[in-house]
Design a protein around this ligand. Structure first.
Ligand code: AMP
Ligand code: GLY
Length: 436
């Protein structure tokens, strides 16, 4: 039996722990730092995901057999390299390979060098040159702080004034600190967005079903971007032909490109894509599982997750057949009042047990904690992910939204239109049958 350590504390990590727990090869699960949900599946360890030396020390001392990394910042800091140095098995890309997410300038160059379709762009480390380029290009235009900025370093600017202000904030006022030392300024693209995930062992890869996150906080895509307000998988309007195109024009050249730089990617590559009128284009690359995508994915995965992750690390992913339920899953995120801005913490949550009594409903925790007297409390911006599975997307969404009605905490808010656009696009059952 393998002793597992999962790094992170979100819905993604709870979903991974939930799935790993089902493996006959997995023994005790530790989650650092975890949440109230992961504490029910295993044991939480109070170490931050960014404290990679303390995590490696702890894993060594506690004889962990296999570590799974959730968040991007641990990867960007080189957690995988640190564990490998100590002969500890760990799933995730090296610091070098994780640059595909940690540095947008690196990712754009990789795409350019490997002819991967993406928005036209230029990279700047000089504010005045960036400003001149901006004035030349005009709006709409997109500005991205190159480094990691908690998902907030991107501004889609509709006017030149807006763009100039954001550029100044990033490069002069340093609102994202060093993440703004370099900026990428790129062409504004249009089209529906979707998420592709690929397991990779550094030599071969296997795609997960297509999925879609809903990043803006309010219905119809209004309001500021969040870490993700809900997902569906598979995506009914992404057919096998489009998946093949993404595989050959985006995933394969990106992984080959990294291999050619002597930094093969082991773990999960997640390109965020836009389906433009000229075909799929990359908006960004992530070097880890998406959240809340993972909450939907884990509900559909029939195979043993531990076998897959181990095969990535051992370099024999080609020998593994990954099975997915021929169903639809969705995840509705319940967020704190005020999120993604300021919000209160420590508010009591009720109704999860009732919700989970419903068939095919599982509630994953994100920002939750248990009080000293055993009460479940809010402890973050995104609090819970309510997931459901069904034979068709409409039924999955109906179930999840029914379950959502049973859960309460003060200020709770959620989008009521997760998957709606896809549903309207997909009364076509023939298309549905072609899905991966
Ligand atoms: P990112 O953090 O790179 O995923 O960007 C956040 C969001 O900004 C994306 O989900 C898109 O909605 C939007 N975005 C990023 N780049 C572009 C682009 N080149 N054109 C239009 N929208 C973009
Ligand atoms: N689904 C958004 C993210 O994980 O970055």
């Amino acid at each position: 039996m393998n002793k597992i350590l999962i790094i992170g504390s979100g819905g993604r990590e709870h979903a991974l722990a939930w799935k790993l727990k089902q493996s006959p090869r997995v023994g005790k699960i530790f989650v650092a730092p975890g949440n109230a949900g992961t504490a029910e599946l295993g044991e939480n360890v109070n170490i931050k995901p960014t404290d990679i030396l303390a995590l490696a020390d702890w894993a060594q001392k506690n004889k962990i057999d296999f570590t799974v990394v959730g968040p991007d910042d641990s990867l960007a800091l080189g957690i995988v390299d640190e564990f490998q140095k100590r002969d500890l098995k760990i799933w995730g890309p090296s610091k070098q390979a994780a640059q595909i997410e940690a540095s947008k300038a690196f990712a754009k160059k990789l795409m350019k060098d490997n002819n991967i379709p993406t928005a036209e762009y230029q990279t700047f480390s000089d504010y005045h040159q960036a400003l001149k380029y901006l004035e030349n290009k005009g709006a709409p235009i997109v500005i991205k702080a190159s480094g990691l900025a908690l998902g907030k370093g991107v501004s889609v600017c509709q006017t030149l004034d807006e763009a100039k202000k954001f550029l100044q904030d990033v490069m002069v006022n340093k609102i994202f600190g060093d993440a703004g030392n370099e900026v990428v300024i790129e062409e504004f693209l249009q089209g529906p967005e979707f998420s592709i995930h690929a397991f990779s062992d550094g030599k071969t890869f296997q795609l997960l079903p297509p999925s879609q996150d809903h990043k803006p906080v309010f219905n119809e895509g209004k309001g500021p971007n969040t870490g993700g307000m809900g997902t569906i998988a598979p995506l009914p309007w992404v057919d096998q032909k489009l998946m093949d195109e993404v595989s050959s024009t985006i995933v394969k050249p990106a992984l080959d490109g990294l291999k050619n730089l002597d930094s093969p990617f082991v773990g999960l590559l997640y390109p965020g894509l836009m389906l433009t009128k000229d075909g799929p284009k990359v908006i960004e690359f992530n070097s880890r599982f998406g959240d809340p995508e993972t909450q939907s994915y884990m509900r559909l995965l029939d195979s043993d997750l531990f076998d897959i992750l181990e095969a990535c690390v051992n370099g024999n992913l080609a020998d593994i057949k990954i099975e997915w339920a021929k169903k639809y899953a969705c995840c509705i995120v319940l967020a704190s009042g005020g999120y993604p801005g300021n919000y209160e913490k420590g508010l009591p949550i009720t109704g999860i047990d009732e919700a989970e009594k419903m068939d095919d409903v599982v509630v994953f925790h994100a920002g939750t904690k248990t009080s000293d007297d055993g009460k479940l409390l809010t402890n973050g911006g995104r609090i819970l992910g309510v997931t459901a599975v069904a034979d068709d997307l409409q039924s999955a969404l109906n179930k999840a939204y029914e379950a959502v009605k049973l859960i309460k905490f003060e200020g709770m808010h959620y989008r009521t239109d997760i998957g709606l656009k896809s549903l309207l696009n997909t009364k076509n059952t023939k298309l549905r049958n072609q899905l991966v």
